[in-house]
Each structure stands twice: as C-alpha cells, then as structure tokens.
Design a protein around this ligand. Structure first.
Ligand SMILES: *Cc1c(COP(=O)(O)O)cnc(C)c1O
Length: 223
C-alpha cells in the first residue's frame, strides 16, 4: 500500500492550527481510507455519488463525508441521508434540490458555494457576480434545511504560483465581502475551502480553513 499513514502525518504536520484536512479518497480503495482512519482522520471527500455511497456503507459511521464534485440534481436524494457537507454548490437549482431532499429527511445539510475564479473554461462554479446574485436574491434565507457555511474554489492548474496566489486572494477577499453583507452574525459562515496537494501551502497563506488533499496522502489515482 502507498504509505498512507506517513503521508497523512506529513500533510497534517504542515498545516497551521485552525486549518482542517479533508482527505480526498476518490478512486482509492476502502483499505486506504481505513489506514488514514486508524490514524484519527475522520473527514473524507469524494466526487461520485455511487462511489461515496458504497464507501459510506462499508466504512465506519463516524466518518464525515464531503461531496466535492459536480453534483447533478437527480443525485442529491441519494447522498442527503448521510452526507456531512456538499462543498460544490454551483447553482440555485441545486441548492433548491438540496433543501427539498433535506426537508424530507429532516436533516440540515451544510453546503459551500463553489466559486469559479480559475481561468480554465472547463471548471464548474459560480462567477463572483453569479454568487452575488444568488445571495442578493435571498431565496436561500428560507431554506431551513440548508446551512451555507462558506465558499469553495479550485485555483487554475498552472505552475504560475503568483497566479494561483492571486486567485486564492480573490476568493479570500470575496469571502469578506459576502460575509459582511449576508452573514455578519452567522458564526457558521466561516469556511474557506481551497488548496489541493500541489497548492495547499499557498492556499493556507490566503486564509484557507479547509484543504482538500488527495494525491499527497493516497498517491496517484488510477482512473
Ligand atoms: C480530486 C480533487 C481534489 C484533490 O486533488 P489532489 O491534487 O489529489 O490533492 C481536491 N478538490 C477537488 C474538488 C477535487 O476534485
């Protein structure tokens, strides 16, 4: 097995206090997850509905599962019964569906709004203006089974560290803008999910509270 335990500790030791690690286990087998679990890791992230369901069923029930991928509205009902956080909400339509399904189960689902800041045209997420509009519209305030806990984003996939830093800083500034406007008294709106294996050390310099690290812990994914 890839040296999961050692790599997990290497990642944890490199994080400043107050930054949480989401171990991204997509495409990796359950015994890799268990290796990290045995070292105390409890938060894992997956990006496919069927894979996360199978792992949720097979693995200890005190694992907090984060859905980090693009989520189709017709898949929401399958993950809502057990998901801890849906990180990549990129439309009002998806938010409405989460509210609808969460209300049926009586759960309150934590979500992050996914920003599109990176230059790649292929990345999902709300532009800053679309995010402003979603929040200004205010429908989310009536969604009593959804708790918006912050923002999530991915930086451009580039070696240009200055550009990556600019993108994280843009997200951090935007967090302050919407926090002041919409969540000034809401302590739950506090999460800034940015940083992956290759850029999390830059991300934590730009106020990330939650890093999503896969490859560094579990090795390369076999698709
Ligand atoms: C796969 C994935 C990650 C983890 O990426 P690594 O480079 O393996 O650390 C983080 N965030 C999202 C949204 C992902 O899809």
């Amino acid at each position: 097995m890839y040296n999961v335990k050692q790599n997990l500790h290497k990642a944890l030791d490199s994080l400043p206090a107050g930054v949480r690690l989401v171990a991204i286990s997509k495409y990796h087998p359950a015994d890799y997850i268990m290796a990290a679990y045995e070292e105390g890791q409890r938060v894992f992230g997956e990006s496919h509905e069927q894979e996360i369901r199978e792992k949720h069923e097979a693995l200890p029930k005190d694992i907090e599962w984060h859905f980090i991928g693009h989520l189709q509205t017709n898949k929401v009902k399958y993950i809502v019964p057990y998901i801890s956080m849906i990180e990549a909400v990129d439309s009002l339509k998806l938010l409405r569906e989460i509210q609808k399904q969460a209300a049926k189960t009586g759960r309150v689902i934590k979500v992050l709004l996914e920003l599109h800041i990176a230059e790649e045209a292929t990345k999902y997420g709300l532009t800053l203006d679309a995010c402003r509009q979603l929040l200004a519209d205010g429908e989310w305030r009536q969604m009593s089974n959804v708790q918006i806990c912050g923002l999530m984003m991915m930086a451009s996939n580039t070696d240009d560290e200055a550009q990556i830093a600019r993108e994280f800083q843009q997200a951090a500034d935007f967090f302050d803008e919407v926090k002041a406007l919409y969540f000034p008294d809401d302590a739950a709106f506090c999460e800034r999910s940015w940083g992956m294996s290759d850029d999390y050390l830059v991300a934590v310099q730009h106020r990330s509270t939650m890093v999503r690290i896969g490859t560094m812990i579990f090795g390369p994914r076999v698709y």
